[in-house]
Design a protein. Structure first.
Length: 233
C-alpha cells in the first residue's frame, strides 16, 4: 500500500493552510523548517517537525523519500529556495510527486523544468475562485465541501499496479467501480502524461498498468477499493 505521509518544506502561511487541509484528510504531515519560532509554532499545532536544512543533500536523503513519502510540497516564501530544493529532491528521487509554489506566472515553467509535477500559484488560484464564485457558485460550494471541509467525501488518485484486476480493462467495462459506491471522474494515461481523459468525454480508454484513475467517493470506500483492485496476487 502507498504511504500516507506528506512532506512540506517550510512552514509559510501557505504551508499552514496546506497542512491543515491535508491533516483533515488524515494524511501524516512532516514539516521541514529551520526557523526556531516557526518550528515551535508547527509543533504547537501538533505536527511532526524536522529542524534541518534541505540545502544539504544529506538531509534530503535522510527523509527516505524513495519509500516512505507520498508527496513533497515545496512552499517556501523564497522562490530561490523552492527552486533549489525542487531540483535537489527531483535529482535524488525521479518518481516522487513534487508540488511547488510559484508566485509569478513566468516562474511556472522554471519550476516544471526543475522537476515539479504540479505548480501552485496562489494568485492564479485566487482569480479562478473569484470567477467561479461569480459565475458558478454552486459548483464552487460543492468543490469546497469535498476538498476543504471535514467531509468523508474525497477525490482520490489510484495508480493501477501490475496484475490489478483493472489492468487491461476498458473504461466502459468498469462496473466494479459503481458496485463499490464510487464515481469514476477520469484517467491519467502513463504514456500521455499531459492529458487527463475525463470519463464524461465518452472515450472508451483502456486502463493499463501504471495508469492513474481518479475517483470520487467516501473515504472508507476508496480505501477498500484500492486494496480490492491492487491486491490480487
Amino acid at each position: 500500500m502507498s504511504s500516507n505521509k506528506i512532506v512540506i518544506f517550510s512552514f509559510s502561511k501557505l504551508a499552514i493552510q496546506i497542512a491543515h487541509i491535508l491533516h483533515q484528510k488524515n494524511y501524516e504531515i512532516i514539516i521541514i523548517e529551520e526557523d526556531v519560532e516557526l518550528v515551535k509554532e508547527a509543533k504547537e499545532l501538533g505536527y511532526e517537525v524536522k529542524q534541518i536544512s534541505l540545502m544539504d543533500d544529506k538531509n534530503i536523503i535522510s527523509l527516505e523519500m524513495d519509500k516512505n513519502i507520498k508527496a513533497f510540497f515545496c512552499v517556501s516564501d523564497d522562490k530561490n529556495n523552492n527552486l533549489f530544493v525542487t531540483l535537489s529532491v527531483r535529482n535524488l528521487n525521479p518518481k516522487l510527486k513534487i508540488i511547488s509554489v510559484s508566485f509569478a506566472t513566468q516562474d511556472n515553467k522554471t519550476m516544471l523544468l526543475a522537476g515539479a509535477n504540479k505548480i501552485i500559484n496562489p494568485y492564479e488560484i485566487g482569480a479562478l475562485r473569484i470567477f467561479r464564485l461569480l459565475n458558478k457558485p454552486y459548483i464552487l460550494d460543492i468543490l469546497d465541501n469535498i476538498l476543504f471541509s471535514e467531509s468523508n467525501i474525497e477525490v482520490s488518485e489510484i495508480t493501477i499496479e501490475k496484475n490489478s484486476i483493472l489492468d487491461g480493462i476498458y473504461l466502459k467495462e468498469t462496473n466494479i467501480i459503481e458496485e463499490n459506491n464510487l464515481i469514476l471522474l477520469g484517467i491519467q494515461d502513463k504514456e500521455i502524461q499531459d492529458k487527463f481523459i475525463f470519463y464524461s468525454s465518452g472515450i472508451n480508454h483502456k486502463i493499463d498498468y501504471g495508469d492513474t484513475i481518479v475517483l470520487l467517493g467516501n473515504n472508507n470506500d476508496l480505501q477498500n477499493f484500492t486494496q480490492l483492485i491492487n491486491n490480487n496476487n
